[in-house]
Design a protein around this ligand. Sequence first.
Ligand SMILES: NC(=O)c1ccc[n+]([C@@H]2O[C@H](COP(=O)([O-])OP(=O)(O)OC[C@H]3O[C@@H](n4cnc5c(N)ncnc54)[C@H](O)[C@@H]3O)[C@@H](O)[C@H]2O)c1
Length: 426
Amino acid sequence: MPGTVTIVGQGYVGLPLAQGAANAGWKVWGYDTDPSKVASINDGKSPIDDISDEQLEAMQAAGYEASTDPSCIADSDVVVVCVPTPLGEGGSPDLGAVRGATNTASEQIRRGTTFILESTTYPGTTEEICLPILEAGSGLKSGEDFYLAYSPERVNPGMQEYGIKNTPKLVGGMTPEATESAEAFYASFIDTVVPMNGIKEAETAKLLENTFRHVNIALVNEMAKFCRELDIDIWEVIRGAATKPFGFMKFTPGPGVGGHCIPIDPNYLSYEVRKELGYPFRFVELAQEINNSMPYYVVSRVADLLNDEGKALKGAKVLLLGVTYKKDIADQRQSPAVPVAERFLTYGTDLRYHDPYVSRWNVSQDPHDDTVVLHSVDNVEEAVKEADIVVLLQPHTVYDTAQLALQSKVFFDTVGITRGPDAVRL
Ligand SMILES: NC(=O)c1ccc[n+]([C@@H]2O[C@H](COP(=O)([O-])OP(=O)(O)OC[C@H]3O[C@@H](n4cnc5c(N)ncnc54)[C@H](O)[C@@H]3O)[C@@H](O)[C@H]2O)c1
């Protein structure tokens, strides 16, 4: 029987979770420390692509409300924390938001509350960071007075096929009762909930998933580089290998990895391995090195292509298509388009871009850094004709890539979706 839940952090993860719970009949509070985000949500404007304003309105009609007042936690049977876990100084985990949110919750939770951490983090965080904060702040005891669990978020922004409801959810509790309580919460709106034997195993499962992607993307990126030297078409190689119905999973090369998860989460694991055991997690470090080299590889390929036309990078009109980290969404976090653009600018290229989702682009990983700001060209077809080279970084569905390739002087496709002689592929 649904009760009241507070979802702490109303971002890419917290808001869809709030939607799932609200639709299942839970009274949902969306607690967030950002007053402008809360005001905008309560005004009916969704801050993320995956929830439309209409869906937000339906959530509100079902009883959802955002708030900057943490006292909503005191009324809640369940508290779920979905706050950011970025990298801090020197690439170490920054758990400031997790500590802050847990601290806030510790002052509000009551006997019987189930506290669940969803933020991606290194193994041990729930028991070593959250547990002592919660017990000290509340005066309550985990296992006796409240339940503590970890459940990794698996949201994939922009994906239609798998959402909250049909993506299996892992749950690991401090005690069997904590696992059961968290499982009962999620089972009220998620088709498959998978109980885990331990919290650390649930934490590590998430990191394995993301590290798996990171390493396999690095594998094909490295192969793309040497296949070119060997005059082998990597895209045809992958097309062939992907016909095997077992034992192979398709990954494709590209201009680098972006988003909040893949470039960041594996670092949480390698940091913990190095800190606890004193040796490197070599797969992660190698994958990082290869994936981070891809933006520079893209620029070097562009330099070669311009050279073939008797042109230099300096002064060349370079048009980037798509600067978000993923197709068909506006999310720019950790987008490899930034290091690509930065490198072009250091070479003195006449850089332009087009992206239907980004009208004004801070060419920086820091969204508040206004040092270099570009504006999306108005007419993509005109800009394509004018450019010395067009570089496709993100194949948004609105792009008729075959047509744009035909209209361009040189069309460099870094994601391998074009066919035929009008484009050069990575
Ligand atoms: N975005 C994804 O695709 C994705 C996928 C899987 C897992 N994750 C993980 O989920 C977690 C959340 O990511 P996100 O993408 O939703 O982040 P986000 O930046 O979109 O949203 C986080 C929200 O938390 C709020 N916040 C920060 N500190 C707070 C505090 N102390 N109390 C209350 N609110 C606070 C922020 O204002 C923000 O609105 C991260 O650990 C991330 O690694 C993200």
